[in-house]
Design a protein around this ligand. Sequence first.
Ligand SMILES: [Zn+2]
Length: 346
Amino acid sequence: MIRHVDIAVRQVIRKILHLSAGLSNEFFHLPAKEGGLEFPVLQELVGLAKVKLYRNIALQNDVFLRNIVEMQGSGMNERYLNHLKLGWQPTADDLRSRKDCLLKEKRTAYIQKVHSTGHEVFSTCALTNTWLLNGQRSMKTRMYINAIKLRTNSYETQVTTTRGLDVDKTCRKCHQADESLMHVLQCCESTKGPRYTRHHHVCSRVTMKLAEAGYTVYTEKSLPDPNNTGHLLRPDIIAVRAGQAIVLDVSCVYETSGAAFLNAYNRKVQKYKPLIPAIKEKYDCGQVEVHGLIIGSRGSYHHAQLHIWHNIGFTANDLKFLAINCMENSVRVAAFFGQSIRSSWT
Ligand SMILES: [Zn+2]
């Protein structure tokens, strides 16, 4: 019976959030800090509570109470024990480890689904997931719903709406690749404009932070590429303070895996490192650091790169809002793409 309540709850959430029937159940139940919606599985919650209660009563010396529970509740206790795959008379440790195991089973099931793309990144950087629980308060409803669709890789594109079907999935705008969410948010020529806006907003926030910290900030300064005569390199930001300079270049990546962040960072550093001698000379600096500032288009950071953001003055709270803003701008990129498809039909 209670299993049906769980199904009904998921159906209602799907309906309210306009999520597809195929979206993995695990997303609804994983902890918010891991990127889920944290709705309890009632069958498990109630089952564990009942078994625990039954066990506690059985351990007491009250013979009368024990007899009542054994007469009236043993069948129910047995059903819950079977469902939870627990042996007869489980210990407190058995109950704890079963609870942990149920969570692990959900994680394992989720990472095998297409909706979990990026889960490795989201689940290891809790500050990027707080909006899942309280975003309804700070985000407009439509934005919240679309952000969830981005997070679960289920925003409507040719690829997501025809999963499992042998049909043409080529991008309806550029015809250069499959119309996946990643293509729309990161690569499609047709979304270049709103993608630039998304990138520019992150750069502006970084510039403000550095200025607040007393840096003199130069944006998009062109410098000759020492390894490529006749070509220029133009990092997003060069910040100078007290004889030290930081060269920063922002990149917005799609969260396919943690490696996407690490590779993007290394590419940025390799690209701009050759500028160090020229920057030392131009800005009279003894020390120059080069970093990539990598942010996920679906509102995340790589946990191992958070210190770079903190070192330039971003607090955890600042980072939460910056990530949400980046994700909202990605929703705008996707919406812009959708509108341009519709307008090309008319
Ligand atoms: Zn395209």
